[in-house]
Ligand binder design. Structure first.
Ligand code: SF4
Length: 242
């Protein structure tokens, strides 16, 4: 089956996620409601991946698994909503010293990438601030952009990492398209509620952890540094037209 065969599924994922986002945000738009919305989007992405791989099977079994951090060394841009919920999860788990360490790491990462374009930042191969050793500290809450990445060849991931992300890693197309469709539906619903936009993960986390009022203000539609830093998302969901 060609990627074209995925079109009805991608359209359905996009439509359902946009509708669910609208419905949930109409009932409440505080952080708890946002967390439930994102958890449901994560479940939809997981189901979408399974359905997409039935239609367009990967060329080999997906090799991604725990403690495999090679792809977590590029700058991550996520929905502002996702960053807020990750910060909300991290906040109570951080002892004062751990909070200081993380804040320092976030500030260093942000400063190291200042003025560089996306490719140049990828070549820096800096670890995601949420890596804890070789594992994602927030794996169940990881952004959709992270869920979209899947490889069938760990050797290719290792080579990409060794090359400072110059070498590419072949992506599992069904996986990528299914998650992108959910992400595009999520963004459509968030944008209608005035909560759309992406932000650099390190920068967004730094803002949320250092200024707890920033997320509350953003959710209420009031002036917030998060609104100043948010950008239109670059993620597109191909094959959704028509
Ligand atoms: S959020 Fe987690 S999965 Fe995503 S890049 Fe960071 S460590 Fe990796």
């Amino acid at each position: 089956m060609s990627p074209e065969g995925l079109r009805p599924l991608l359209q359905r994922l996009h439509r359902l996620q946009a509708a669910d986002t609208r419905h949930r945000l109409a009932r409440g738009r505080d952080a708890a409601a946002l967390a439930r919305l994102l958890a449901a989007a994560g479940r939809r992405a997981g189901a979408g991946i399974a359905a997409a791989e039935t239609i367009l099977p990967p060329p080999a079994p997906v090799a991604c698994g725990p403690a495999c951090p090679f792809c977590c060394h590029v700058p991550v841009t996520a929905a502002v909503a996702e960053v807020i919920i990750i910060a909300r999860h991290l906040d109570p788990t951080l002892a004062p010293e751990a909070r200081r360490r993380l804040a320092r790491r976030l500030a260093n990462l942000t400063a190291a990438g200042a003025g560089l374009d996306g490719d140049a930042r990828s070549r820096q191969r800096l670890p995601c601030p949420l890596l804890d050793g070789a594992s994602c500290r927030v794996h169940p809450l990881r952004p959709l952009v992270c869920r979209a990445v899947a490889s069938v060849e760990v050797a290719a991931c290792r080579a990409a990492h060794a090359s400072h992300m110059v070498e590419g890693v072949p992506q599992v197309r069904a996986h990528l398209l299914a998650v992108n469709a959910v992400a595009a539906g999520l963004e459509a619903g968030l944008a209608e509620a005035g909560l759309g936009g992406d932000i650099d993960l390190a920068l967004g986390l730094a803002v949320c952890l250092l200024d707890p009022g920033a997320a509350t203000a953003w959710l209420a539609g009031e002036p917030s540094p998060l609104a100043d830093l948010a950008r239109p998302p670059q993620l597109v969901a191909p094959q959704l037209d028509g």
